[in-house]
Write a protein of this length. Structure first.
Lengths: 206, 149
């Protein structure tokens, strides 16, 4: 009981920190909903930022990608540590094996994206649209997923440890062999989720 | 007695669904296309080629229009509107970057047509490799790019 309580406290603290980081900077001034909009597209460490860009293994640490259109991008194994992807479009992008430690994805759109074996450690995913994504084998540790929409996504073998999942929508998700430990699940929706082999999934979630 | 109509309706539904997602070989004469276009590699070797655009239009209306709209007008189609794919690249002044941007969009298009769209075991679009030759796929790409939105 004490261990669970401690994990919940850690989850709340990390989630608060992630929210504070998100509110510390004002989004909007760098918003770029249609990339490339000008005559000189953004290129970060050799990786051009536009739809369908092919940058497997790219170094995008700390990159300012607020509102950028990266739909269909190939970012397999990319290092996106502390990258700022607030409001970005990652629909159908491939981020398999990418590192999103400390990344900010609040209100990002990443529906139908591939996040297999991706690391979300201390990441901010508040209000992100992550429907139909494949998060199998992904790690969520100390991340903020408040209000995130995860409907129809797959989390086979994924790990959720000490996250804020308040009001997140896990409706019709595949949680087979997933692990839930010490998360905040106030008002989280798990309707019609498949929970076979899930560790930490509760009966009342079904 | 009630089960028979239900079973027939279900069978009809399953049959029509399966048929909707089946790839087939279109009836198109592609002899006017250069042999050099028989490659899966981007960039599109037939970009702006008038013959390719005409052949691409015929091919599109036979194979793609059912989901992506007649003459690539996808504004009311169930599948994505393809006309703007890579259109942002045209605004890039740097020619090397513009070519890379177009090649990225071409690669996405080619991969989508060849391998289809399948997610979690559900086939949203069938793979067309084996039914469409590379030059026909590049013709499709050339046609789609040529259609104003």
């Amino acid at each position: 009981m004490h261990a669970t309580l401690l994990l919940r406290c850690v989850a709340m603290a990390l989630a608060c920190a992630a929210s504070a980081m998100a509110s510390a900077q004002t989004p909007g001034d760098a918003a770029d909903p249609a990339t490339p909009v000008g005559t000189a597209p953004l290129v970060v460490n050799g990786c051009p930022i536009w739809p369908y860009t092919r940058c497997p293994g790219a170094d995008l640490r700390h990159a300012d990608l607020v509102g950028k259109n990266l739909s269909g991008a190939d970012l397999r194994g990319a290092n996106l540590t502390r990258a700022d992807l607030r409001g970005a479009n990652l629909a159908a992008a491939n981020l398999e094996g990418a590192d999103l430690t400390g990344a900010r994805l609040s209100k990002a759109t990443a529906s139908n994206a591939n996040f297999r074996n991706t690391r979300f450690i201390g990441a901010d995913l508040e209000g992100a649209r992550l429907m139909r994504g494949d998060f199998s084998g992904a790690q969520f540790v100390g991340s903020n997923l408040e209000l995130a929409r995860l409907n129809n996504a797959w989390f086979v073998g994924a790990r959720f440890v000490a996250n804020d999942l308040q009001e997140a929508k896990f409706v019709s998700t595949n949680l087979k062999n997933a692990v839930f430990e010490g998360n905040v699940v106030r008002y989280t929706l798990f309707h019609e989720a498949a929970t076979d082999g899930c560790q930490g999934c509760r009966e009342e979630w079904k | 007695m009630k089960t028979l109509p239900c079973a027939l309706a279900l069978a009809a539904l399953l049959t029509s669904t399966a048929h909707a997602f089946e790839a087939f070989t279109p009836q198109v004469d592609s002899s006017a296309l250069p042999a050099s276009a028989r490659t899966w590699s981007e960039p599109n070797p037939l970009r702006g080629n008038p013959d390719a655009i005409a052949i691409g239009r015929t091919t599109f209306n036979q194979t793609c229009a059912h989901c992506h709209g007649v003459d690539a007008n996808g504004s009311r189609a169930p599948a994505p509107d393809l006309r703007r794919m890579g259109s942002g690249c045209r605004r890039i002044e740097d020619m090397a970057l513009r070519a890379r941007c177009m090649a990225d969009a071409d690669a996405w298009f080619m991969q989508s047509v060849r391998h289809g769209k399948q997610k979690f075991g559900i086939v949203h679009m069938p793979p067309w490799e084996g039914h469409l030759s590379p030059e026909l796929v590049w013709s499709l790409r050339s046609f789609v790019e040529s259609v104003p939105r």
